[in-house]
Design a protein around this ligand. Structure first.
Ligand SMILES: NC(=O)C1=CN([C@@H]2O[C@H](COP(=O)(O)OP(=O)(O)OC[C@H]3O[C@@H](n4cnc5c(N)ncnc54)[C@H](OP(=O)(O)O)[C@@H]3O)[C@@H](O)[C@H]2O)C=CC1
Ligand SMILES: CC(=O)[C@@H](O)[C@H](O)COP(=O)(O)O
Ligand SMILES: [Mn+2]
Length: 390
């Protein structure tokens, strides 16, 4: 029986994970499930999967969680310390699906136990990739990518010699605005940005897909996870989201990973790795698909991609700055304080300010400096918003 925990169980990735576990309850012993504000769903699924403990990240919701779990035998806990304690419980496999840089420390706590970490939380790699991978190495933990493109690369690389890899291409749907000019995007709304053409995902990543910050993060994630040089990493627009990634070899051959846009494939692959087992995902009908198309992902049109190149070249704390600025810019867009295109300006401005004027380019990467960079970058973005509003 595999002992597992699910961090971010109430989210989109968390729910797909719950779905897979609930299909074979006899195969799993669920230790911890964590969530945020969605107490009803957390309690319902913790009961359903027979978890030992359910944790909400919010102290003020402890009473609600206790009430929702009454009589179930599932322990209830709340707050950041409880979340970290739950993540550090010894299990075989942990799903890291908290959204944002809030997922970094719980992921670290899990790998420190030597567990296999199924990593959906791309922000950990963008913000502090070398730290996470180093913790994994020291603890003898396996970290498996869950992001669809990175699961695709991982699968395409299986049995291959990294020395023969010439390039890695990740695909981007292009989001709901892929056919619109940049000028046309000045006044797009949150509702419009939430209309993803192919994937059903959480609110934040969906908007990151529309702004192309998701793909920018994924380029950095590719460099960090696979140790591939920036020049060998490309993103290409592929509206059908059927091919997720391609690995090009020195002999001209390319291995592509294809599948229906359903995250249960990548989650299930990480759950059963190194085996492959049946998964409840749609099988592709190539004839019905008819054609797959590709287009250039222009960095002038999608500024986030150019910023990703800047981060990959700069390294160090630039990933932490980039991610924090992107997260805060998104908060402002969601709250109606920043326009869609202003998110690009805020992230570019934060990188210039923090990695230039504030001297973060000279600071060594540690967990403390990453956390400091994250905090002050968010303040810098807030300052920029205030100045823009005056
Ligand atoms: N969705 C997808 O298909 C994909 C997602 N990813 C990545 O996976 C991660 C999760 O994405 P997704 O499932 O879409 O996100 P969701 O927003 O759907 O879910 C996020 C989860 O994190 C919890 N959460 C939110 N804030 C905090 C916090 N401060 N502390 C602890 N828990 C918190 C939420 O709780 P609650 O809702 O109860 O408040 C929820 O359980 C992200 O890093 C994303 O980039 C990668 C590839 C694909
Ligand atoms: C499912 C997944 O992995 C997402 O990260 C996906 O890549 C988002 O779609 P975009 O290609 O539009 O960013
Ligand atoms: Mn992805």
């Amino acid at each position: 029986m595999k002992r597992i925990s699910i961090l971010g169980a109430t989210g989109s990735i968390g729910q797909s994970t719950v779905d897979l576990i609930a299909r074979a309850p006899e195969a799993y012993a669920v230790e911890a499930m964590t969530g945020g504000r969605n107490i009803a769903l957390l309690a319902q699924d913790a009961r359903r999967l027979g978890a030992r403990i359910a944790v909400t990240a919010h102290d003020d919701l402890l009473d609600d969680l206790r009430a929702a779990l009454a009589g179930s035998g599932v322990e209830a806990a709340a707050g950041r310390a409880a979340l970290l304690e739950a993540a550090a419980r010894p299990v075989d496999w942990v799903m890291s699906a908290i959204v944002g840089s809030a997922g970094l420390e719980p992921g670290l706590a899990a790998v420190d136990t030597g567990a296999t970490l199924a990593l959906a939380n791309k922000e950990s790699l963008v913000t502090a990739g070398p730290i996470l991978l180093d913790h994994g190495r020291r603890a003898g933990a396996t970290i498996l990518p869950v992001d669809s493109e990175h699961s695709g690369i991982f699968q395409a690389l299986r049995g291959e010699d990294m020395a023969s890899v010439e390039r890695v291409i990740i695909t981007a749907s292009g989001g709901p605005f892929r056919d619109r000019s940049r000028e046309d995007l000045a006044s797009v709304t949150v509702e419009e940005a939430l209309q993803h053409p192919s994937w059903s995902m959480g609110q934040r990543i969906t908007i990151d897909s529309a702004s192309m910050f998701n793909k920018a993060m994924e380029m950095i994630e590719t460099k960090e996870f696979f140790g591939i040089e920036a020049e060998r990493i490309e993103a290409v627009i592929h509206p059908q989201s059927i091919i997720h990634a391609l690995v090009g070899h020195c002999d001209g051959g390319m291995i592509a990973h294809m599948g229906a846009p359903d995250m249960r494939h990548a989650i299930g692959y990480a759950l059963h790795w190194p085996e492959r087992r049946d998964l409840p995902v749609e099988r592709l009908d190539l004839v019905a698909l008819g054609a797959l198309s590709f287009a250039k992902a222009c960095p002038k049109r999608f500024r986030a991609l150019g910023l990703a190149r800047q981060v990959m070249d700069q390294g160090g704390l630039s990933g932490a700055v980039f991610n924090a600025a992107k997260e805060r810019a998104l908060d402002h867009f969601l709250a109606g304080r920043a326009s869609f295109l202003q998110m690009d300006d805020l992230v570019a401005g934060a990188l210039d300010r923090m990695m230039g004027r504030e001297g973060f380019d000279r600071v060594e990467m540690t967990l403390e400096t990453v956390s400091h960079a994250d905090q002050v970058t968010r303040q810098a973005v807030d300052d920029m918003i205030r100045v823009a509003a005056d």
